[in-house]
Structures are given as structure tokens and as C-alpha cells.
Design a protein around this ligand. Sequence first.
Ligand SMILES: [Zn+2]
Ligand SMILES: [Zn+2]
Length: 105
Amino acid sequence: MSSKKPKPLISSRSHDRCPVCGEISYSLGGMHPQCAVRRADEKRMKGLKRKSAAIKKPKSFGGVRPWERLCPNCKTVQHVRKKVCACGHEFPVRAGTRTDEGNHD
Ligand SMILES: [Zn+2]
Ligand SMILES: [Zn+2]
């Protein structure tokens, strides 16, 4: 007597396809939680892309331009070619950019 077949735990009717990735999902609502997040992210990214186009990169620290640097001693902006600040602070000379060190003249 084996007329009774065991029913599958999950019937094929409950196989909903995720609208995001198209894979079968057993989640409530038929959408993978991660896919729901991804879709929400994509929407947000689209909005961000539009916005970010208008947003410019913030200027370098303290509004110092590439040819300027900030004296750590008196906090004034000095030209990069200046070796000594008006306050007397000596800027460290980068290796390779040293000029004649022998002050023999
Ligand atoms: Zn999915
Ligand atoms: Zn200074």
C-alpha cells in the first residue's frame, strides 16, 4: 500500500522569481533581501551620480594652493620656494631638491 506520496516540502507554486536578479527566491515577497538592498542602492546611486557631477572636490587643506604651504609655526601661508618663513621657521628641504649647501660665498 503505497498510494500516498510524500508531498514536497516546498511546492512549485511558491517559487517566486526575484524581480531583481531573476533567480528563484524563497523569501517573502519573492525578492532576495540583498537584491532589495541592491535595487535601493542602484536608485540611490543614480541620484548620487547626478548630484556628484555638480559637487566639486573640496580644496586642499586650509585653502593652501599647490605653490603654497602653511608654516607650522606661525600658520601663515608661504610660497613653496621660500626656505625660511618670516617668523624664522625653516622649512624642511625635500631630498633631491637641495641646492648648493656649501655657503662658501
Ligand atoms: Zn534576487
Ligand atoms: Zn612662520
